[in-house]
Design a protein around this ligand. Structure first.
Ligand code: MGD
Ligand code: MGD
Ligand code: MO
Length: 765
């Protein structure tokens, strides 16, 4: 590597966590002007009587941790409880065209929205509007459509169970299942893949299983940044001597070494704990091959053991009693050559066999995974091969073992549980009929990709967003932006200003809502909401800060306002009663979803309660009643479309970001400071193209489908320790490169982590 590196790029040698994390917390508090109350706020996060941290969905031990040391949780909370405000004066000063030129960071950094606003195209400005009039406009807009199927209703995963349940009630009473949802961009491959494999689309482990496991396999997740509280778990297990085997194209610092801010010795001595015992830098999109390689090695060891007259290494009693389909998977694996596995995964047979040996030696194995597995054209198959791998030795449904998808938003799992789905089950429809006296339509609705396609085609004309930043989160930036500008009605229920709000249609409304930290008082008194974490634990969350202004409303109140204005008294739903006291919403949830029986009482018990996950007890709710071994054809779907000089782009979250919310411009653990306009590349891949670190490059998509050219220009190349053939850039900037058509056909998950691209010098002339 050349001695002079690009501006803002330097080696970062310190462990993750440690004093750097504490300094970052202090800096965040100061930037949001809440130094005085800040640390008190942080102490109430994830306490039994406090609020649920909006940062991530990782559970807390007994729901009571010394939380103030979680750097990225602190960022999420301070970002929401900021003292900065965006009111009518702000919108008076800045036209929408002017705001469009601001960065995503600057837009959100203006602070909390305080008043309902409507876009006025003659002034090119947002203007104040009263709540009643806002709701009337929404009701009129929705009722003017030829069919309810012309409207799309988006949910981002921060919405509480109560808000999400009311939202689906409103939309189903209105008459459609068009529920695009952030989960469609995230763990949909899990929601589609795992039910076919093990009968439930959720993780099977509990926090205490980690204390009883003998090995952890980690695929494609970056907990030091995205699930920081998980680091405490991994840190404990690493110190206990549990092998942690990582599959990730990037050497993520927190998976290499971590200094726990909760550990006084590590803090005092500037020492740290190694996390991964083996680090396999799989190529982006190479996991299917890696997983087949792992299984192939297990089968080989099994054959060797049997040949020696021993019992083999598979859990034959479990396989016979609980599973079907092993033979067909075995045939597929036998037919897959090592050379091909090595080529596609970028990992050697020896490396994969050594990992398989650790798997075999361990009695209990947990496999954790994130977006590196799901966000691929073959995301569903990735998830199912991971389930196959665990099933070989009975590693699902017993203490210390299981599958552990790392969920995204703090309540993305709960939103799905309480009915946000474009494909309602029969149980949901009959439950709704029982609770509300009407049977909603069962017609399949739109997921996120289908919704944007429908809006672009003009067949959908209205979009209502319960949170999020849909236009920036989705792939195919130009196409998605074009679509949003065609809408007749767009409504955003939000805490902060973002770019989706600036993509105005004929009528565009911006409705400010409370966040997790805000105290929500209704007619019966202060209200709690409930959320479900990654391990299916449901618990209450109550904010305590004074809301940012008198005109904000809670999400349930806003959904109810829209519902009443749209539906009148259709079906005689008691909207006012539910608003008065959220217990009444939970009473209805429990009628629709019997698993919540005793909801109000159980959620008042410290730590909440767990929903049923059949597979955790080896109850397999699949079509056969057994856990299913499922075959994935080939090693990658995009095999043929990869030209010789093609590279595979994966898109990443920086350390200072929460999805489309950019807290700051650093990515400390990867050695990037003050910028995001870079692309990480292997030095040899650069050299092969006559490029060097620091050169400005263009990245172009090789997938089109519709003849459009997609790409980004003038990014700076950074030499990075990546497998040959893999390059990496930041989400959301790189969404401009990704075609809408490039998604997992089974789950609809965009292939954000496996985009075939070509890289060339910018302005070669
Ligand atoms: N602070 C913070 N916390 C967050 C979020 C945030 O943005 N910021 N987002 C929340 C949300 S919605 C989600 S879904 C989660 C996301 O959490 P993660 O799943 O950790 O998300 P990513 O950062 O997108 O990518 C994870 C890892 O996948 C690796 N990777 C990339 N491509 C591949 C591949 O092909 N194979 C393998 N094996 N690995 C690959 C990357 O190097 C990276 O380390 O975090 C949640 N928590
Ligand atoms: N290239 C690429 N694209 C990706 C991904 C990737 O890895 N790579 N990841 C995908 C994933 S996993 C996800 S989940 C999506 C995320 O997609 P979204 O969920 O749509 O995006 P967020 O950035 O989380 O939404 C941020 C906005 O939510 C609003 N908000 C924050 N808190 C609240 C609240 O309490 N209530 C309400 N009503 N609004 C609130 C604020 O206005 C803020 O601007 O992005 C996806 N896009
Ligand atoms: Mo996500």
């Amino acid at each position: 590597m050349s001695s002079k590196r690009p501006i803002g790029i330097k080696a970062y040698d310190a462990p993750a966590g440690g004093w750097g994390a504490l300094r970052a917390v202090a800096k965040t508090l100061a930037s949001q002007q809440i130094v005085a109350q800040g640390s008190a706020t942080l102490r109430r996060a994830n306490q039994p009587d406090g609020f649920d941290c909006p940062g991530c969905a990782w559970p807390d031990p007994r729901h009571a941790s010394s939380f103030e040391f979680c750097e990225n949780g602190a960022k999420a909370i301070t970002w929401e409880s900021t003292a900065k405000r965006v009111g009518p004066e702000f919108f008076h000063q800045h036209s929408v065209s002017e705001l469009w030129t601001w960065s995503d960071h600057k837009l959100e950094d203006q602070g909390r929205l305080t008043q309902p606003m409507i876009y006025d195209s003659t002034l090119d400005r947002y203007q104040p509007i009263g709540w009643d009039e806002a709701f009337t406009r929404i009701g009129e807009g929705l009722n003017a459509l030829e069919s309810p199927h012309q409207a799309e209703f988006y949910t981002s995963g921060r919405a509480s169970n109560e808000a999400a349940f009311l939202f689906q009630l409103f939309v189903r009473a209105y008459g459609t299942n068009n529920f695009p949802d952030c989960s469609n961009m995230c763990h949909e491959a899990t929601s589609v893949g795992l039910p076919q494999s093990i009968g439930v689309g959720k993780g099977t482990v509990l926090l205490e299983d980690f204390d009883a496991c003998d090995a952890i396999f980690s695929f494609g997740h970056n907990p030091g940044t995205n699930h920081p509280r998980m680091m405490a778990t991994l840190h404990d297990q690493a110190r206990r001597g549990v092998p942690i085997i990582v599959f990730n194209p990037l050497k993520e610092r927190a998976l290499e070494k971590f200094a726990s801010p909760q550990n006084p010795v590590e803090m005092a001595t500037l020492s740290s704990t190694p996390i991964a015992s083996a680090y396999h830098q799989v190529k982006a999109g190479g996991d299917l091959a890696a997983l087949k390689g792992l299984m192939k090695a297990v089968f080989e060891r099994d054959d060797e053991s049997l040949a020696r007259g021993e019992d083999g290494v598979l859990d034959r009693a479990f396989l016979a009693e609980h599973t079907l389909g092993l033979e067909t998977v075995r045939q597929d694996i036998d037919a897959t050559a090592w050379a091909e596995i090595e080529d596609v995964s970028g990992l050697s047979r020896e490396a994969l066999t050594s990992a398989a040996d650790i798997y075999i030696k361990a009695k209990n194995v947990i496999a954790c995974y994130g977006m590196g597995i799901t966000q691929h054209a073959h995301g569903t198959e990735n998830v199912q091969q991971l389930a196959n791998f665990l099933l070989l030795r009975g590693n699902i449904g017993r203490k210390g073992a299981g599958i552990c998808p790392l969920r995204g938003h703090s309540n993305v799992q709960g939103d799905r549980t309480v009915g946000i789905t474009e494909i309602p089950t029969e149980a949901l429809l009959t439950g709704m009929e029982k609770a509300f006296g009407f049977r909603p339509t069962g017609e399949k609705g739109h997921n996120a990709v289908e919704a944007v396609d429908a809006i672009h085609a003009g067949s959908a004309k209205a979009l209502i967003c319960l949170g999020g930043n849909l236009a920036v989160a989705m792939p195919d930036t130009d196409y998605t932006f074009e679509a949003m500008r065609k809408l007749d009605l767009s409504v955003h229920i939000a805490t902060k200003l973002n770019r989706s709000h600036l993509l105005t249609g004929k009528t565009t409304l911006l409705l400010p809502c409370f966040g997790r930290t805000d105290l929500d008082v209704q007619a019966s008194g202060p209200q709690s909401v409930t959320v479900e974490d990654s391990m299916s634990m449901v618990h209450a969350s109550r904010g305590f800060l004074n809301p940012p202004g008198p005109l904000l409303r809670s999400e349930p109140a806003i959904v109810i306002g829209m519902a009443k204005a749209t539906l009148g008294d259709r079906y005689g739903i008691d909207w006012d009663g539910m608003l008065e006291n959220y217990d009444r919403i939970r009473d209805k949830i429990e009628i629709v979803f019997p698993d919540f029986a005793g909801y109000n009482a159980r959620v008042r018990v410290k730590g909440g309660f767990r929903l049923t996950v059949g597979a955790s007890d080896r109850v397999w709710n699949t079509s056969t009643g057994k856990a299913m071994f499922l075959v994935a054809r080939g090693l990658q779907e995009d095999g043929e479309r990869l030209a010789d000089d093609a590279l595979v782009l994966t898109t990443l979250r920086a350390h200072d970001q929460y999805n489309t919310t950019i807290y700051g411009m650093d990515d400390r653990y990867r050695g990037v400071f003050g910028r995001r306009d870079i692309v990480f590349m292997n030095a040899e891949d650069l050299a092969e193209r006559g490029l060097a670190e620091g050169d400005r490059i263009d990245v172009r998509s090789l997938v089109s489908g519709d003849g459009r050219a997609r790409g980004v220009e003038g990014y700076t190349a950074v030499a990075y320790d990546l497998p040959r053939g893999t390059i990496a850039g930041y989400y959301p900037e790189m969404n401009a490169v990704i075609a809408m058509a490039d998604h997992d056909k089974r789950s609809g998950t965009p292939a954000y982590k496996g985009v075939p691209v070509k890289v060339s010098a910018s302005n070669p002339a």
